[in-house]
Design a protein. Structure first.
Length: 224
């Protein structure tokens, strides 16, 4: 039976920015991968209901195309209000994470860093930890926090100190191809959330550990 990965992200495109190079690598080696997206996304801030509906429809189409590129087994999408996770009872978010986790029984979870600038990222991290308490029958044996360009590095003081590095030299192209599908979320360089920014970050992380392109993570828990 293949090992399973669950990506728990706050918004559409976070999953690509955070770990799609690594997940592509693991899928190639035989893992199954699933995605849980908790929030509406960055383009959902328009107060006009019709515009908001159109934006969410566009974002969902982009997400599906991006996930198809990697071969994501199944995507779970919820619509908690963007940048307002702190207005929602944490238990409600934990219940969603627990429900999806119990359906999949993943071995590995990739999720947000606890000290990102974005409040939704912080709360997603807390929900994951709460939903994966290390009980005897817990399926999740490894949890890793990823960085999100234009959130992790924009907080101050900087505190993301990665200790786990995945060489994505052979899969960066898939990550960039998936990100290209999120046309409504991409920005022009020198914005960090640009194709050039993503490649430069992978190159910088690679330089730190003697590889060409790398995704960096902070290990939260690893039971071996």
């Amino acid at each position: 039976m293949p090992k399973k990965i669950l990506i728990v992200a706050a918004h559409p495109d976070d999953e690509v920015l955070g770990c799609f190079g690594t997940v592509a690598k693991l899928i190639k080696s035989g893992y199954e991968a699933y995605v849980l997206l908790l929030g509406e996304g960055k383009t959902s801030r328009d107060t006009n209901k019709e515009n908001k509906k159109d934006e969410l429809c566009t974002l969902n189409k982009e997400m599906k195309k991006a996930h198809d590129i990697l071969g994501i087994k199944k995507s779970f999408v919820y619509n908690f209000a963007d940048n307002r996770f702190d207005s929602i009872n944490l238990l409600d978010i934990v219940k969603i994470v627990s429900k999806v986790k119990n359906e999949i029984n993943p071995d590995i979870i990739f999720t947000h860093f606890e000290n990102d600038l974005n409040i939704d990222h912080q709360i997603t991290y807390k929900a994951v930890l709460t939903a994966t308490r290390p009980m005897e029958d817990e399926s999740v044996k490894e949890i890793y926090s990823f960085e999100i360009l234009s959130s992790t590095e924009w907080n101050y003081p900087l505190s993301f100190s990665p200790d786990t590095f995945f060489d994505i030299s052979d899969t960066l192209d898939l990550k960039l191809k998936a990100m290209k599908e999120y046309k409504s979320e991409l920005r022009d360089y020198p914005h960090p959330r640009s194709l050039e920014g993503i490649e430069l970050n992978a190159k910088y992380n690679g330089m730190r550990v003697g590889k060409k392109y790398v995704e960096a993570f902070k290990s939260v828990r690893a039971i071996k």
